[in-house]
Ligand binder design. Structure first.
Ligand SMILES: Nc1ncnc2c1ncn2[C@@H]1O[C@H](COP(=O)(O)OP(=O)(O)O)[C@@H](O)[C@H]1O
Ligand SMILES: Cc1ncc(COP(=O)(O)O)c(N)n1
Length: 280
């Protein structure tokens, strides 16, 4: 048996299956990493929007995280929807207590449909308690604007935002995602020393529900395997680009991405390679 790598997601449940815990677990699975979850809130959600939010009591969240860490172990973890400041405090305490260094923070604030997934009074706890512990923070442009209080309208301001998150809040690295800009989506990573740019073709589609969750989950899975930060982000960029390109066309609104597209592509390549080798 090959070594089993394990990743934990601490996030909200999306009944529609496209974002949150469901997107994270599907992504871990497709990258051959054993996925575990601690649910912070249950959302009643579909491609048309968020229809209800039911927070899980804090003791319940603590028990889920402690149960997983104490028995199974965690090689890397990510956070998504944290809903309330107490949840952020809890996650920060447990990450510190258990010395979990491979923490990816996706600072989820508002769903694409407009529903608030993080209370406004929790933003400060996010900045002060969680960002300093992060190996990587993955805001989209509106989230980065809220975190540092500046307008982001160009590649240069994306670079500035990434540097400010690292220097002001103590995260080891930050990637500002370019999905919300016009043109090809370039994501800007600052690792504390240098910038790295990840660009792909933009697909004109309304099926981008859960893109941020899927992207950060893919990075977490690769970090769990021991890949470097830039290797992990590169794999995640390919994963999300294929997931958007091969959309499923599900639901009447903003549909989910295709979590098996990357795996399918990898299978096709290995089939082709096997055929090539068979020939020689
Ligand atoms: N229409 C698109 N075509 C190709 N890639 C996209 C598209 N929209 C977003 N992406 C990519 O998906 C990832 C998630 O980005 P983004 O949509 O900005 O995050 P979020 O879901 O948090 O708002 C990034 O790598 C971004 O560049
Ligand atoms: C439980 C949960 N977590 C995260 C998101 C953000 O995803 P998106 O920004 O694509 O709506 C969401 N809609 N629901």
């Amino acid at each position: 048996m090959d070594q089993v790598f394990k990743a934990l997601t601490i996030a909200g449940s999306d009944s529609g299956g496209g974002a949150g815990i469901q997107a994270d677990l599907k992504t871990f699975q497709m990258l051959e990493v054993y996925g575990m979850s601690a649910i912070t809130a249950v959302t009643a959600q579909n491609t048309l929007g968020v229809h209800g939010i039911y927070d899980i009591p804090i003791e319940g969240i603590a028990k889920q995280i402690e149960s997983v860490i104490s028995d199974i172990g965690v090689d890397a973890l990510k956070t998504g929807m944290l809903s309330q400041p107490e949840v952020i405090e809890l996650v920060a305490d447990l990450v510190t207590k258990h010395k979990l260094s491979k923490l990816v923070v996706d600072p989820v604030m508002i769903a694409k449909g407009g529903a608030a997934l993080l209370a406004e009074h929790a933003q400060d706890a996010m900045r002060k308690r969680l960002l300093p512990l992060a190996a990587l923070v993955t805001p989209n442009i509106p989230e980065a604007e809220v975190i540092i209080g500046m307008e982001i309208s160009s590649l240069d301001t994306m670079k500035e935002a990434a540097v400010r998150i690292v220097e002001q809040f103590g995260s080891a690295a930050a990637i500002i995602k370019g999905g919300h800009r016009i043109g090809d989506p370039t994501d800007v990573l600052y690792d504390g020393e240098q910038f790295h740019f990840f660009t792909a073709e933009r697909y004109e589609t309304r099926h981008t529900h859960g893109t941020g969750c899927t992207f950060s989950a893919a990075i977490t899975a690769e970090l769990a395997k021991g890949k470097t930060l830039t290797e992990s982000v590169q794999t995640a960029k390919t994963f999300i680009t294929l997931a958007i390109r091969h959309e499923l066309g599900i639901g009447g609104g903003h549909g989910p991405t295709n979590h098996w597209a990357y795996w399918r592509e990898a299978q096709t390549h290995s089939d082709l390679q096997a055929k090539e080798q068979g020939k020689s």
